[in-house]
Design a protein. Structure first.
Length: 216
């Protein structure tokens, strides 16, 4: 896939330079601590036993940080990592070596109406972290509907992502994530519209929250 010049929709992550800068920032101790804490909370929301055999999908998986956290917590879990960035997937192939044989990447543009059949499913869980906020609310709804359809009955969607804080936006109008990030209420409405039940929002800090929904 050739890199696109658009910035809305996440296409900037097709740039190797952008990916390299991001992955280097992720190594900073404070960021590592934030990610580790959020991933622990995400894992705790998955309704499966420690030794359960199940498959999950990671949307906008990048280099596989969330998938690694889930596979580390559940030794019999297998992952489908969906992403459209070749540099991210290459980095994931290096970082996920301890989980060789338990995961595979599928190229996916979350902006697309039709998703590839290679994604498979149904899944016990769909997870995502800091990826879907790049999409407009219209596209977010499309992603949430696909996530809902990909889940088995009783499966859950757990998304740690940025949200738009209208109060802080006035104080920081230059924040680039205000281009597309939905407010907490908007995202919860979209999840319900996609069909999810028991929709909740947790861990509200630094303009990030964990959004949760269940397929009955």
């Amino acid at each position: 896939m050739q890199p696109r010049t658009r910035t809305i929709g996440g296409y900037e992550w097709q740039s190797a330079e952008q990916v390299s800068k991001y992955l280097n920032r992720e190594k900073e101790p404070e960021r590592e601590a934030d990610v580790r804490g959020a991933h622990q909370r995400m894992v705790a929301l998955l309704p499966v036993a420690h030794d359960a055999v199940f498959e999950f999908m990671d949307l906008g998986a990048g280099a596989g940080a969330v998938s690694a956290s889930v596979m580390r917590a559940f030794p019999n879990a297998r992952a489908i990592l969906a992403d459209m960035s070749a540099p991210m997937m290459q980095a994931g192939g290096e970082q996920l070596q301890p989980f060789e044989g338990r995961y595979r990447y599928v190229e996916l543009d979350m902006n697309a109406d039709i998703w590839p059949a290679e994604l498979g499913g149904p899944f016990q869980a769909v997870v995502s972290a800091r990826a879907i906020h790049h999409l407009t609310n219209e596209r977010k709804l499309n992603v949430f509907k696909h996530a809902f359809d990909a889940l088995a009955p009783g499966g859950v969607f757990v998304n740690w992502d940025m949200y738009r804080d209208l109060a802080k936006e006035k104080a920081d109008p230059s924040n680039e994530h205000n281009r597309t990030a939905g407010s907490m209420d908007e995202q919860m409405v979209l999840l319900r519209e996609a069909g999810f039940q028991d929709v909740t929002c947790r861990l509200e800090e630094r303009r990030r929250a964990i959004f949760f929904g269940k397929k009955s």
